[in-house]
Write a protein that binds this ligand. Structure first.
Ligand code: NAX
Length: 335
């Protein structure tokens, strides 16, 4: 069989800890397929280029068969050139004493520049996932400054929240994580996110589906400690590891892009931050809000018609409100 043409994959924040766990997944074929060669475009800031070169030395030493070429750069115009996929991991970290507004300000500037560069040099079909926090609003800013690329090509990562929620439910129900399907993350990748199991099911080996509500049999937990635990899991990892989630974040980025590339399975959906158009679940237009989606041939469609309880509605409103405030602050800064 003829070899496939390599695709151009950009990873930003290439010297950072998430990238360090993500790059091997890409290079092994766990994201774009085991027969898909890649040209890696690695972007970081100028002072980190020495570290990026060290990462490249290690990538070379791994002798990955799928790696065709590696470009390291501190220039977004070089990094995004003819890109098919862009994983925007790099961002300004929140330092002690920094207000959320300051974080938004610093990052809005970064993602404005990257959006403008994507607009100029990336393929118009580029699929973008924003990981760097505040991920949803950074994705919004990126797309604002890339008007020639459809808004549907910009997403924010909430897959890690989804994986955390699935793992917690699986543990509680005494099943394998892979059996837990259709957990939804609504809203922002922040502590206002709403992990919703009202439509989630546990699928047994013979294909039988049991609602998570029934399998867990503890609504107080599902409506209380479970939601809190998912919302604060990132902080719990930092407390234990003294570093933020990296291995799990990288796996989630890989899974997010894998499902975008290969599609969702029949009867299943996944969650990602997508640009709202005001027509789904009463959520206002113009924010990047995590929703349940299905994907076919690279096209993302929001799952429609799910029944939303009053409990869920309140939680969705709270996270929508936060995203609208973030949008206002960020757009004021960059315009
Ligand atoms: P690190 O601090 O280890 O790495 C970040 C890298 O980004 C650094 O090498 C830095 O130099 C680079 N960088 C900064 N500004 C840049 C720019 N303008 N262009 C290119 N690169 C730039 O952080 P890491 O642990 O890898 O986390 C990266 C981001 O992911 C952070 O913003 C973090 O908050 C966010 N996360 C998002 C998650 C999500 O689910 N959406 C979960 C994990 C993670 O917390």
């Amino acid at each position: 069989m003829a070899q496939k043409e390599p695709i151009n994959v950009c990873v930003t924040g290439a010297a950072g800890q998430i990238a360090y766990s993500l790059l091997p997944l890409i290079c092994r074929g766990n994201v774009f397929g085991e027969d898909q060669p890649v040209n890696l475009h690695l972007l970081d800031i100028t002072p980190m280029m020495g570290t990026v070169n060290g990462v490249i030395m290690e990538l070379s030493d791994c002798a990955f068969e799928l790696v065709n070429k590696i470009v390291a750069t501190d220039d977004p115009m070089v990094a995004f050139k003819d890109c098919d996929a862009a994983m925007l991991v790099g961002a300004m970290p929140r330092r002690e004493g920094m207000l959320r507004k300051d974080l938004l300000e610093k990052n809005a500037g970064i993602f404005k520049v990257q959006g403008a560069a994507l607009d100029k040099v990336a393929k118009k079909t580029v699929r973008v996932v924003v990981v760097g926090n505040p991920a949803n609003t950074n994705a919004l800013v990126t797309s604002e400054f890339a008007p020639s690329i459809p808004k549907s090509q910009f997403t924010a990562l909430t897959h890690l929240d989804q994986s955390r929620a699935r793992a917690m439910v699986a543990e509680r129900a005494g099943v394998n994580t892979s059996q837990v399907k259709n957990v939804i993350i609504w809203g922002n990748h922040s502590s206002t996110q709403y992990p919703d199991v009202e439509h989630a099911v546990i699928v047994s080996a013979d294909g039988a589906r049991t609602s998570v509500k029934k399998a867990v049999g503890d609504e107080a937990w599902l409506h209380g400690d479970f939601i809190k635990a998912v919302q604060t899991r990132g902080a719990a990892v930092i407390k234990a590891r003294k570093l933020s989630s990296a291995m799990s974040a990288a796996k989630a980025v890989a899974d997010h892009m894998h499902v975008w590339w290969h599609g969702t399975k029949e009867g299943e959906f996944t969650s990602m931050g997508v640009m709202t158009d005001g027509s789904k679940y009463g959520i206002n237009a113009g924010i990047v809000f995590s929703m349940p989606v299905t994907i076919k041939d690279g096209v993302i469609s929001v799952v429609e018609g799910l029944e939303i309880s009053d409990f869920s509605r309140d939680k969705m409103r709270a996270t929508e409100h936060e995203l609208q405030q973030e949008r206002e602050t960020a757009l004021k800064i960059v315009q």
